[in-house]
Design a protein around this ligand. Sequence first.
Ligand code: PGA
Length: 250
Amino acid sequence: MLVAGNWKMNTDLTAARQLASAVVSAVGATSGVDVAVCPPYVSLDAVFSAVHGSTIRVGAQDMHAEDSGAFTGAISAPMLRSVGCHYVILGHSERREYFGETDASVNAKVHKAIAAKLVPIVCVGERLEDRDAGVQNDVVSAQLKKGLEDVSSAWPSGLVVAYEPVWAIGTGRTASPEQAEAMHGHIRGLLVDQFGEEIGRHIFILYGGSVKPGNAAELFSRNDVDGGLIGGAALSAEDFAAIVRAAEGV
Ligand code: PGA
């Protein structure tokens, strides 16, 4: 199981330090659950220091597909490694919607992340109109196939997939456990097709979209739900720790 907090564009440096320290205290020692926090770029270094000595790892929310060069405003995989990042979220629906991220750019970043020994958390998920039209599996299949094209992950912990239905992100509307389980089973099939049984069965598939302390246990208890990518609730150390506990309990 993996529980990762996506802080999005929240917390300045001081608040990020405080939240990271509070998360370390609230989460404490964990068993059977990996925990990560993904603060804004400018706080990565400070948050890495704040969680140092705990089991909590640090991730970034995006990266550029090139290592260096004339890309004003961009941050590369080696830079993320240099500040202690273990994970990088790629293809989040907000990146796709507001920053022109495509499956092709996600794919380029996934390759670069893996080459830099960062673990990509690759986000997929359908919009409400896709679900209403009943094409959610096709949409997610296309995102995953293109996003992971030519990726041959040699070990399962080197790749994480997050299923985040767009209509459930930040809306307070969660996929039902049945909907989550059905899509996670679909994604598992795609991963087994691509990577074979041994690796495909062990890649973590996270659910994301309005996960809260009150619904986490039920979602995490479902087949193929290997934890969560947590947005709003990750900004409260207590709520985030409660969600980690829920993951420990399954
Ligand atoms: P949310 O965000 O938990 O606030 O819905 C999840 C995400 O966007 O990763």
